[in-house]
Write a protein that binds this ligand. Structure first.
Ligand code: HEC
Length: 126
């Protein structure tokens, strides 16, 4: 994949450039494994000094979750304060590329779609 990209003729390059959208296969930095999307260098520069970037890439969550983690590291782990703009960039990047896993846990099935419960003592309302 990597090698292909290097050798790719422009037309193929264009096709490959469209791949991330189609397949969700974003290009990743070979050193850190971070998805190379907008803001990734800021994240690399600020989030890999104390621990592996793997800690970042293996986590996922909402923007709030990431902000909570950053506050926690700032309060207890010696993480420095960010300028508002920098923090925005970091949170945008994390929420966008390492957001909540949509298929991690399915929502409960609506009651209307469930089969009748043969043991129910409550009369069904349908
Ligand atoms: C000043 C050092 C430092 C920096 C810089 C730092 N972290 Fe951390 N981070 C830590 C420490 C210490 C831990 C705890 C590691 C452990 O438990 O082994 C941690 C843990 C984590 C975890 C795992 C939390 C969990 O629930 O287990 C994540 C995710 C994380 N950091 C993300 C980030 C992100 C994103 C950034 C950049 C905004 C960042 N870190 C920058 C010190 C830092």
């Amino acid at each position: 994949m990597k090698r292909l990209h290097v050798l790719a003729v422009p037309a193929l390059g264009l096709a490959l450039a469209c791949l991330p959208l189609a397949a969700g296969a974003q290009e990743k930095d070979t050193n850190t494994g971070l998805v190379m999307a907008e803001g990734w260098e800021t994240v690399r520069n600020n989030c890999t000094a104390c621990h592996s970037a793997k800690l970042v890439t293996q986590n996922s969550g909402s923007r709030n979750h990431w902000q909570y983690l950053i506050r926690w590291m700032q309060e207890t782990q010696g993480l420095w304060q960010f300028q508002a703009e920098t923090e925005e960039t970091i949170l945008d990047y994390l929420a966008e590329n390492y957001g909540p896993k949509e298929d991690a846990r399915r929502p409960p099935i609506p009651r209307a779609l469930m089969p009748d419960n043969p043991y129910s003592t409550v009369a069904d309302s349908d």
